[in-house]
Ligand binder design. Sequence first.
Ligand SMILES: [Zn+2]
Length: 321
Amino acid sequence: MLRRTLCQADVILELEPVDPILIKSGYSTVDGPDMVPVVTYRSGTQEYYFPGSSLKGVLRSHLERVARTLQPGSVCIPYYDPKKRDYSVPVASERGAFGCGYRVPSGDDTTACRYSDSCAACRMFGSLNFGGRFSISDAYPIRGSFPTLEQRNGVGIDRFTGGTVPGVLFDLLTLTGGRFRTSIRLLNFELWQLAALNLLLVDIMDELIAIGSGRSRGLGRVRGKVIDYKVSYMGKVGQLAGLYQLATDEERVAYGLHDWTADPAVELPDPQRRGLRWQFDLTADWDKRLAPLTPSFEAFLQWHGGPKGKVSSDSYEEVRP
Ligand SMILES: [Zn+2]
């Protein structure tokens, strides 16, 4: 995207499990249980951690939910491939919500056009076409705040009868307590994307987001705390600016950037020079200071109007019931 860095936001987030947390590892391990949080060895000790890819998936689906609530049809169903005949989407109004990654660009086949076509979630988190602006690292336990491991037993349930399945007993390994730290980066953000990041952070702080498997079993709620929040710019800015304000006219059109300005403008504290960057530390009051950005997310969804780009009409008919 853009091939240059104009602005970025960096957040350090601490996660504290409220409920036990279970993450499927997908591998059998010497621990025995068939579903375990992901384990690694650091400095010779065994550590469990939450993979960034899992965290990103959870945050993406939470944001998709928020976007669909604010504006039905505003985001795609990312894994929804129009060529898969056997796939059926339960809600009729969502049957056209094919993943942005499976669409044919509405103009030239460039990253700019694909970005412009993409829905809010794909612009933020990426799709098959490009990487997205949002990245999150693996969350490792903080020294001195390691979680404890708990083994749980589960009984296999027959999905037809609702009864137990004889002989199907499985073990679960959960993490309880502890504190984990992860870092989030939003590169070349549009103002509505910074607003979306803040919506996610506030919902994590309010324990509205669960991670890991078994969420229907009452597992996985976490409480988040923002430890550090900085925005940086390559040039000097007087007030909070997003990609639209920093890009050229040509880039604004090519990438379909959303023209939105906070009113009144969001003032920034005194910057620190970090090499070529101007860095603003918003840790103390990011939620209040950036609150005027909140309406930009809904404004973007309405302005953009949902995923663009063509889907072959043949393949569309195939998935219709
Ligand atoms: Zn999309």
